[in-house]
Write a protein that binds this ligand. Structure first.
Ligand SMILES: [Zn+2]
Length: 331
């Protein structure tokens, strides 16, 4: 394998090198490829400084602008790069690159979910020769309950606890908006969120079939029975949150696919958890690979080795992507 052979590498982001040497780089902190792509606007995929022209969805561009107000985000297109709905969060896209010289099709999923959820359609995997798949939940113990059951359990719990305020913890982009929709569905008519969440709400609203009419939460807001406050998970262990929970005897709920493990509840200090996820579970990841029907699979994020080994046992040519190590030739 040489530095210039076509294929896939994990450097700063996922690099796809075409036969003519062109590089398409997705989800880099400091993009340095010939073409820059962005699958979605979560912090661990998003550029840090000024990215230059970006191939991404309009929703991702708007959310990126909201989260990186100092960056100049200009959306561009490239005839070799196609974006496919990835079903992870609003605006999320898988990146499909077709090499015009040899016809090889590469698909990088970014984070993905095949489930239809509230205002999101699930990922419909495209066929490709080379697949780079996220493996956040790439082990058999990560099997999530059906979506309707999870949403139903959340709404039931919100109805059962209507005599207290509740604190709901979910990422500012994605989970937080779904919690707002579920709180409204459960009849919680006063829902509050922090400015970080509201900023994402405003960027997302023009792009989804949902509205997020939440009130700003700031010091001095007096929570009443029946209120719901949506906060990022990073706040769960903060002193002011602990005091708030004690003052109102307010239960705290955590929402993540990690909730299939009890440790998620203890680590977050939550009273209750729900396996509300924006990722494929183990079975769904297998179904994604089968649908793409690739000749070669690379795994990235989470259970990379375990899922690559599992795919090999299923007859696939699969390996975990490791930083700065490539690719087709040395496969
Ligand atoms: Zn993500």
């Amino acid at each position: 394998m040489t530095e210039t052979a076509p294929g896939v590498a994990l450097r700063d982001g996922i690099e796809i090198r075409l036969a003519d040497g062109t590089t398409v780089v997705a989800d880099a902190r400091d993009p340095a490829g010939d073409v820059t792509a962005l699958t979605h606007a979560h912090g661990d995929h998003l550029f840090g400084g000024d990215p230059g022209p970006v191939v991404c969805s309009a929703a991702t561009a708007d959310i990126a602008r909201a989260r990186r107000p100092e960056a100049d985000v200009a959306v561009t297109t490239d005839p070799r790069v196609e974006l496919v709905n990835a079903g992870h969060v609003a605006g999320s896209r898988a990146v499909v690159v077709t090499d015009p010289d040899d016809g090889t099709r590469y698909c990088y999923t970014g984070d993905c979910s095949t489930r239809d959820r509230l205002y999101l359609d699930g990922f419909d995997p495209p066929e490709a020769d080379v697949l780079v798949v996220e493996t956040t939940y790439g082990e058999p113990r990560y099997r999530l309950p059906p979506q309707a059951a999870v949403e139903g359990a959340v709404v039931d719990w919100l109805a059962d606890t209507a005599d207290t305020p509740v604190l709901l913890f979910g990422y500012s982009l994605g989970r937080a908006q779904k919690l707002q929709v579920l709180a409204e569905r459960a009849g919680r008519d006063r829902v509050f969120a922090t400015e970080a969440v509201r900023r994402v709400n405003r960027a997302m609203e023009p792009h989804v079939d949902a509205t997020f009419p939440v009130a700003p939460y700031a010091d001095g807001v007096d929570l009443r029975p029946g209120d719901a406050l949506v906060l990022p998970p990073s706040a769960a262990r903060r002193d002011w949150v602990t005091r708030l929970r004690e003052r109102h005897d307010a239960p705290a709920a955590g929402f993540s696919g990690w909730a299939v493990d009890d440790s998620f509840r203890y680590r977050g200090g939550y009273d209750v958890t729900f396996a509300l996820s924006d990722h494929c579970d183990f079975d769904e990841l297998n179904a994604v690979v089968d649908a793409v029907d690739p000749e070669r699979v690379y795994t990235t994020h989470g259970s990379t080795d375990a899922f690559a080994d599992h795919l090999v046992s299923r007859g696939y040519d699969a390996r975990a992507l490791r930083a700065n190590q490539t690719s087709l030739g040395e496969f």
